[in-house]
Design a protein around this ligand. Structure first.
Ligand code: 6PG
Length: 479
């Protein structure tokens, strides 16, 4: 009987190629397919020694080389290309076979695809894969959604290739239909917020502290040994250490200061708005990228000479670097708290029953936001899976309590010196809003009732009420 593959990958650009290699390196026979057969042949020629590959020239040959239930990993650009591949392969598959979309698909597309393929007796698994090309080869964090029963046949293979922490794979069945891609999307949103906060810390140390990129790299390297230790902090030190070969200048100074985005951070904010979850940290990071790309407005502002503060006061109080470290940690806690709140809200909305602690657990390695910090998030949810916000978990409550004076000093300095710090300041505003005994939302309710008769509730009795603002004496009536 001709040899059969346990899993197949179609779409052999770098991510797909590296996933295929990772499966092969773990002893699995891997079927290969690509729109152009040349790339398939190249993979076998270059990496055939790493394991057993079954290259297929056609979709039919590819499907025929797979053992049942067939597991087809799709690694193509999110969007119409994914639908095209599904349309090509679905007719060739049989009851119980599965298609696994490992791209950064929008979770709503995944829900649609999963429902359509379920009607045909096929499993569709939207799997978030984080860690970039290196992660795909050496061990990503994998967030598979889709039917629970498909995880029985698929999970062991994904867990083989996933990153490990203390021998435990950074892969778990997230929940049904689009749950996996939703969690990956929020992972990316948190990634954006984390990157924005790090960028603000750098900017303050540079502009207010007068440190050079190399000195700031040293600071990030130090921070990477402590509670801020993470992949993003580690690579930030590397980027800031880099000197541009062509000019001899710091690399960061020759890069155009316009941040781009493929869109997953934006999706996170759009989804949060629909769910009513205030992911202000993620939103500010998306807007900050948009502002940086707003060439026309920025050039107009500069040429109009929009004035900044008069000579900025020095950083009041503590040591700037120590204060910025505190502000960064506190703001990061807020950003992650908001991201996890969004996951919990979506889990309730879609009936996904996602375990937040398990998400923290599989993010401890392999993914872009991997960090020591995630151990504490896992512990927080292991203690209380219904935690309304991470900020009330004792570890994080104490950490923010200890950081808040420095955090406030940093936000004051940024404002006084005209340095944009939307991440630090919005996180502080979120924290203060959360802990406020009374918010000015009461006045907003009054305004809404005045112009739109939208009614309000009272603090001293149940029900909804409306004031007849135009009537004599402005009497209040039950709404
Ligand atoms: C990951 C990354 C990855 C992301 C790219 C581009 O988890 O490996 O998040 O999925 O798409 O880093 O991100 P942006 O272009 O949106 O910044």
């Amino acid at each position: 009987m001709s040899q059969k593959a346990q899993i197949g990958v179609t779409g052999l650009a770098v991510m797909g190629r590296n996933l295929a290699r990772n499966f092969a390196r773990h002893g699995h026979t891997v079927a290969l397919h690509n729109r152009s057969y040349g790339r398939t042949k190249e993979l076998v020629e270059e990496f055939g020694h790493e394991g057993t590959f079954l290259p297929a020239e056609t979709a039919e040959q590819f499907v025929a080389s797979l053992e049942r239930p067939r597991r087809v990993v799709i690694m193509v650009k999110a969007g119409p290309a994914t639908d095209a591949v599904i349309d090509e392969f679905a007719p060739l598959l049989e009851e119980g076979d599965m298609l696994i979309d490992a791209g950064n698909a929008h979770y709503a597309d995944t829900r649609r695809r999963e429902a359509a393929l379920k009607a045909k007796g096929l499993h569709f698994v939207g799997a978030g894969v984080s860690g970039g090309e290196e992660g795909a080869l050496h061990g990503p964090s994998i967030m598979p959604g889709g039917p629970k029963e498909s995880y029985e046949a698929l999970g062991p293979l994904l867990e083989d290739i996933a990153a490990k922490v203390d021998g435990e794979p950074c892969c778990v069945h997230v929940g049904p239909d689009g749950a996996g891609h939703f969690v990956k999307m929020v992972h990316n949103g948190i990634e954006y917020a984390d990157m924005q906060l790090i960028a603000e810390a750098y900017d303050l140390l540079r502009q207010v502290g007068g440190l050079s990129p190399e000195e700031i790299a040293g600071t990030f390297s130090e921070w990477n040994e402590g509670r801020l230790g993470s992949y993003l902090i580690e690579i930030t030190a590397e980027v800031l250490k880099q000197v541009d070969a062509a000019t001899g200048k710091p690399f960061v100074d020759i890069v155009v200061d316009r941040a781009e985005q493929k869109g997953t951070g934006r999706w996170t904010v759009q989804a949060a708005l629909d769910l009513g979850v205030p992911v202000s940290g993620i939103a500010e990071s998306v807007f900050a990228r948009a502002i940086s790309g707003g060439v026309q407005e920025r050039e107009a502002a500069v040429s109009a000479g929009l004035p900044g503060p008069s000579a900025g006061a020095d950083h009041v109080g503590g040591d700037l670097r120590a204060d910025v470290e505190q502000a960064l940690f506190a703001s990061k806690i807020v950003a992650y708290a908001q991201g996890f709140q969004q996951i919990q809200a979506a889990s309730k909305e879609y009936g996904w029953d996602i375990d937040p602690g398990a998400m923290a657990k599989i993010w401890r390695a392999g993914c872009i936001i991997r960090a020591k910090f995630l151990d504490f998030i896992k512990q927080a949810y292991d203690k209380n899976n219904e935690l309304p916000t991470l900020l009330v978990d004792q570890y994080f409550l104490d950490a923010v309590a200890g950081a808040q004076d420095a955090w406030r000093r940093v936000v004051v300095t940024a404002a006084q010196q005209g340095i944009p710090a939307p991440g630090f300041s919005s996180a502080l505003a979120y924290y203060d809003s959360l802990r406020a005994q009374r918010l000015p939302a009461a006045l907003i309710q009054g305004q809404r009732d005045f112009f739109g008769a939208h009614t309000y509730q009272r603090v001293d009795k149940p029900g909804s009420f409306h004031t007849l603002w135009a009537a004599e004496g402005r009497p209040e009536v039950d709404a």
